[in-house]
Design a protein around this ligand. Structure first.
Ligand code: DGL
Length: 274
């Protein structure tokens, strides 16, 4: 039976809200836009709280649910994607308890990495806050118990990804240092797979691959998050004429021309501030 839409029925423009501390969540947004091209998008960069990776668990657990509560009230999203490993591994239970709508989180892609590693040595490259989470121990135990799982937190790589997205030049040596944090550990010489456990890092995966001393498999969770979002919105009707995506910043700073251009490339044509 085909559904008959009442004449004059209002279009449902409620968006998907994609959230990160900065531009990292754009790597997830790209996959979501591919799979759900008609979904209206509100992308939130909490630049007022950036970076998350050097904050304490208590700071993140307090900030993220409160902020998402305000955002949910203002934008009435159908679903929220926390496109940030740091926020998800620390604050996901708090957000789910506070909000009555579907929340998709981002967790380090250890399971798919374990499916691909031949040498059974993988690296988890994330923020300092993410790599020290018990969540990472738990994923390693459940999905990679026969692997050596090396970990390295790099705040520098987060800044490099932000700068690179704004169109600024970033030196090879800085990427080499980030990867050396894994390669130079005991067992690192056998590592064949690297989990990009921060959503900023897929934005610079080509730079990491280019300076790697040998071919490495880089794995991230963006495709899985997009699939989960599709499943959870299966019964939603999307508007025929989708409004341009909006980027929201939490601090009153003016984005550079380079950042504006990059946001446009991800379909975010309007900018606003919380
Ligand atoms: N993009 C974030 C993540 O996935 C965090 C970056 C930061 O703010 O330190 O962990």
């Amino acid at each position: 039976m085909t559904e008959v839409k009442p004449v004059g029925a209002a279009t449902d423009n409620r968006p998907l809200l994609v959230f990160d501390s900065g531009v990292g969540g754009l790597s997830v947004l790209a996959e979501i836009r591919q799979t759900l091209p008609k979904a209206p998008i509100v992308y939130v960069a909490d630049n007022g709280g950036f970076p998350y990776g050097t904050k304490t668990e208590a700071e993140i657990a307090a900030r993220v649910p409160a902020l998402l509560g305000r955002l949910a009230e203002r934008y009435r999203p159908r679903l929220i994607v926390i496109a940030c490993n740091t926020a998800s591994t620390i604050a996901l239970p708090g957000v789910r308890a506070a909000l009555d709508l579907p929340i998709v989180g981002t967790v380090p892609a250890i399971k798919p990495a374990a499916e691909r590693s031949t040498t059974r040595v993988m690296g988890v490259l994330g923020t300092d806050a993410t790599v020290r989470q018990p969540y990472v121990d738990d994923l390693s135990r459940r999905f990679a118990s026969d692997c050596l799982v090396l970990r390295h937190g790099s705040a520098a790589l987060v800044q490099l990804a932000e700068a690179s997205l704004r169109g600024e030049a970033t030196p090879d040596a800085a990427y080499r240092d980030a990867l050396a944090g894994l390669l130079d550990q005991s067992g690192g010489a056998r590592m064949d797979t690297v989990v990009l456990a921060c959503t900023h890092f897929p934005l610079v995966a080509d730079r990491l691959a280019a300076i790697a001393p040998r071919p490495l498999i880089f794995v991230d969770g963006a495709k899985g998050i997009a699939r989960r979002t599709v499943t959870l919105t299966a019964s939603e009707q999307w508007p025929e004429n989708t409004a341009p995506g909006i980027a929201i910043f939490t601090a009153p700073t003016e984005p550079t021309q380079g950042l504006r251009a990059a946001l446009q490339n991800f379909g975010l044509e309007k900018i606003d501030w919380l």
